[in-house]
Ligand binder design. Structure first.
Ligand code: GLN
Length: 503
């Protein structure tokens, strides 16, 4: 590897190789990235950075390596979406409600990527700090953060997507080679698409939700955001697996994602590594509402998949449009219940001036929550109320099952499903003031979320104004390895994932 490459440009895999060859130390890498984070503070990607803590972890990683630990991620820097609770950094979920909050424990994903436990050493990554996001992960533009807007590194007048907008902007701007994100209805895939990086939302249950501040528990999943499919595979490996602290984490074997990503498909010649792969294109993903620029980039990427040996087949997901009302009933319903814990007693903010207990609750919640969070709590409370439960919540649950069934019908005809991630490229800051306009832009990511299926976004080219376009791949349950393999083959043949914004 050429040492001429600046350290902030190293991908996870490159950093891992350079560390293993003792070409760089974790302290070198960490210092270089901390400098860059400071230089690009105005992007608003980070909510907190702790330089001393980062250097200390880097020193520990270098010592572990000297002692012979060959862990591939040891000493590679990362940052976490501020939805994961951490003992060593404040955790806010980008909400005033949790201003100054310190968790007494680390989220499982943070532990696994970091130092680990006594019984089970972690991957040894170095945490630089916590990343901005939409308040309690509710949003599609990162404009719902109580602290700062995040700017899109490709064009500072535009949104980076949300809710994992800080994670996406930080990775795209080369402030950090990888970040964690969470995806309830698209929050990993959508910002990845709008900033030109790669991200994967695993199957529901693949990664532990322990210590991930709950938004909609039946949908929330953690996942990696990085520049390449290979980097995502490296991270997902460390993040995945059963956790007795999360009753919905699956007792499912975790394959070797990196090996699977590089393994040739059975019977596929080297020039056509995806021979035999059937990619289903849901016709509802290519209909009205899809921007012509996005469609063009997505179709060109699909032609590249064909050149790599895959075949494209037409499929249908007939309830795609219904995903929006279904999601925007179920997610707020669960949120209204999850967020009842923020009452001024147990965590974070408490109103300072109140008459009695009820008044304290009311004032605390009025002061602590932002508008979008309040809107969701109200919608959620409404759809769960006695008179409306059957009409809304129950209907939504029935449709959710039908949406999942539609995917199973489609997977009779194909191995993976592909389409756009978003209808348009990143829009201008402030352009979608109407909450409904934000909700509608989630149309292509919500179906896989409701079904609990794994989905990923990878850079597929550029659309209007030279802004990145993402391609979405959706797999059947537990088929992350197949998605990563297809994405990796595409990235071996294209260089969209290597394009960087001029900063
Ligand atoms: N944009 C969706 C919402 O606002 C999804 C958010 C998410 O995945 N966390 O709910």
């Amino acid at each position: 590897m050429s040492l001429a490459k600046p350290l902030h440009d190293y991908s996870v895999a490159e950093a891992s190789a350079a560390l293993a060859a003792y070409e760089v130390t974790s302290v070198d890498l960490t210092r270089a990235l901390l400098d860059r984070v400071k230089q690009h503070e105005r992007l608003g990607a980070f909510l907190c950075v702790d330089e001393d803590a980062a250097i200390r972890q880097a020193q520990a990683a270098d010592a572990r390596r000297k002692a012979g630990d060959p862990s591939p991620l040891l000493g590679v820097p990362i940052a976490h979406k501020d939805i994961f609770v951490t003992r060593d950094w404040p955790t806010t979920a980008a909400s005033r409600m949790l201003e100054g909050y310190r968790s007494p424990f680390d989220a499982t994903v943070v532990t696994r990527l970091g130092a680990g436990t006594e019984q089970q050493p972690g991957a040894g990554m170095v945490t630089l700090g916590k990343l901005n996001c939409d308040e309690f992960a509710m949003g599609s533009a990162n404009e719902n953060s109580a602290y700062a807007r995040v700017l899109n590194p490709w064009d500072a007048t535009r949104i980076p997507g949300g809710s994992s907008g800080g994670s996406a902007a930080a990775v795209a701007a080369r402030l950090v080679p990888a970040a964690t994100g969470t995806d309830t209805g698209g929050s990993i895939r959508q910002p990845a698409a709008l900033t030109g990086i790669t991200g994967i939302k695993p199957t529901y249950g693949r990664c532990s939700r322990y210590g991930m501040i709950a938004f909609a528990s039946s949908l929330d999943q953690a996942g990696p955001m990085a520049r390449t499919a290979e980097d995502c595979a490296l991270l997902l490996q460390a993040m995945s697996g059963f956790d007795e602290r999360d009753a919905t984490s699956a007792q499912q074997p975790v394959p070797d994602f990196v090996a699977a990503l590089k393994a040739p498909r059975e019977g596929a010649p080297a020039a056509r590594p995806l021979a035999g792969l059937r990619i289903g294109l849901p016709r509802e993903f290519f209909g009205e509402g899809l921007g012509a620029d996005v469609e063009q980039a997505v179709r060109a990427a699909l032609a590249q998949f064909e050149a790599l040996g895959a075949t494209l087949v037409d499929v249908s997901l007939p309830r795609t449009e219904l995903s929006i009302p279904v999601y925007y009933i179920i997610a707020p319903a669960e949120a209204s219940s999850n967020l009842s814990r923020f009452d001024g007693v147990k965590f974070g903010h408490r109103a300072s001036d109140y008459a009695d207990l009820a008044d304290m609750y009311r004032k605390t919640r009025a002061e602590g929550f932002g508008d979008e969070v309040k809107r969701r709590i109200m919608i959620g409370t409404y759809v769960l109320s006695h008179g409306y439960y059957d009409a809304y919540y129950l209907q939504a649950q029935k449709l959710r099952r039908m949406i999942a069934d539609d995917f199973q019908a489609a997977f009779q005809q194909c191995d993976v499903i592909a389409g756009p991630v978003t209808p348009t490229v990143a829009w201008k800051l402030g352009d979608k003031a109407d909450p409904l306009a934000n909700y509608l832009a989630d149309i292509y990511t919500l179906p896989a979320s409701l079904a609990g299926l794994p989905g990923m976004s990878l850079p597929a080219g550029f659309g209007a104004d030279g802004l990145p376009v993402g391609l979405q791949l959706i797999g059947n349950y537990w088929q992350e390895a197949g998605l990563l393999q297809a994405a990796h083959a595409f990235q071996q043949a294209t260089d969209w994932h290597q394009q960087a914004p001029a900063l």
